[in-house]
Design a protein around this ligand. Structure first.
Ligand SMILES: CC(=O)[C@@H](O)[C@H](O)COP(=O)(O)O
Ligand SMILES: NCC(=O)COP(=O)(O)O
Length: 237
């Protein structure tokens, strides 16, 4: 069954808005797991606008499920991964100035960079995943760089879901099948929510993990965190 990893970036965004410790991220992480999350995801960006370097070290010892650290693989990121050894490192090709992640890796053009970084991260004993667009060629490229998994970048799916969900899922299914046949695990994330999640996992039931943050935190404002996590888990069951 597909696991739910809760991305806690947005809790840190709210905390940082006032410079204090409310909400307390440590309590949030503990509660997400207590309420059923099967993983915790963070994306510590260089400007520390949400997750800070200190947060990474504070959160790591608490996580009893799967800790996933996302980010662009610069020296800072590699140090965080090396020193915290999460269950998974998800490599994202974000520049430092983006509002949010907005594209997947070109796994062909970046073959040598990715091969080198993935080998290094694997030498720390950490599973790797790389963020990719729904493009079969990118999945083929991913298989060549030695990653354990790919994460399908689902923004296009989320945007086009209302217009024509069957058309929206097509490139994802093709890409996921190529990745699966190449022996890779499949993750998915970005803009997944309570309206589109069930369809995604019905059509691609072999997705190992979804990481969800923005919509889940927005839903929690209305339904509460415990109910919201349960609602997301229900979509996955
Ligand atoms: C890698 C990815 O898909 C992103 O969703 C990311 O984790 C979100 O980052 P922000 O919370 O900074 O928008
Ligand atoms: N990897 C995707 C993620 O962690 C959360 O993305 P979003 O739900 O905040 O769009």
């Amino acid at each position: 069954m597909t696991k739910l990893s809760v991305n806690v970036n947005k809790f840190a965004t709210i905390r940082n808005a006032r410079g204090g410790n409310n909400p307390n991220l440590i309590q949030v992480v503990k509660d997400c797991e207590r309420f059923g999350a099967q993983g915790i995801t963070i994306h510590p960006r260089p400007d520390e606008r949400h997750i800070t370097t200190k947060d990474v070290y504070d959160i790591k010892p608490l996580v009893t499920t799967e800790f996933n650290i996302e980010g662009y693989p610069d020296e800072r990121y590699l140090k965080l991964v090396r020193e915290n050894k999460p269950a998974q490192a998800t490599l994202v090709p974000d520049g430092p100035d983006v509002l949010t992640s907005n594209k997947g890796w070109d796994t062909i053009k970046n073959e040598s960079l990715l091969s080198e970084i993935i080998a290094e991260i694997k030498s720390y004993g950490v599973r790797t995943s790389i963020f990719v667009d729904p493009d079969p060629e990118m999945a083929e490229g991913a298989a060549k760089v030695g990653t354990d998994r790919v994460e399908l970048y689902t923004e296009d799916f989320a945007v086009n879901y209302e217009k024509d969900k069957n058309k929206a899922i097509e490139p994802y299914l093709k890409t996921a099948e190529i990745a699966k046949n190449a022996g890779l695990g499949i993750n998915a994330g970005h803009d997944l929510d309570l309206t589109n999640l069930k369809f995604l996992v019905e059509k691609i039931p072999f997705i190992d993990e979804v990481s969800i943050g923005h919509a889940l935190v927005c839903d929690a404002l209305y339904y509460g965190l415990e109910n919201t996590i349960q609602l997301y888990l229900k979509q996955l069951s």
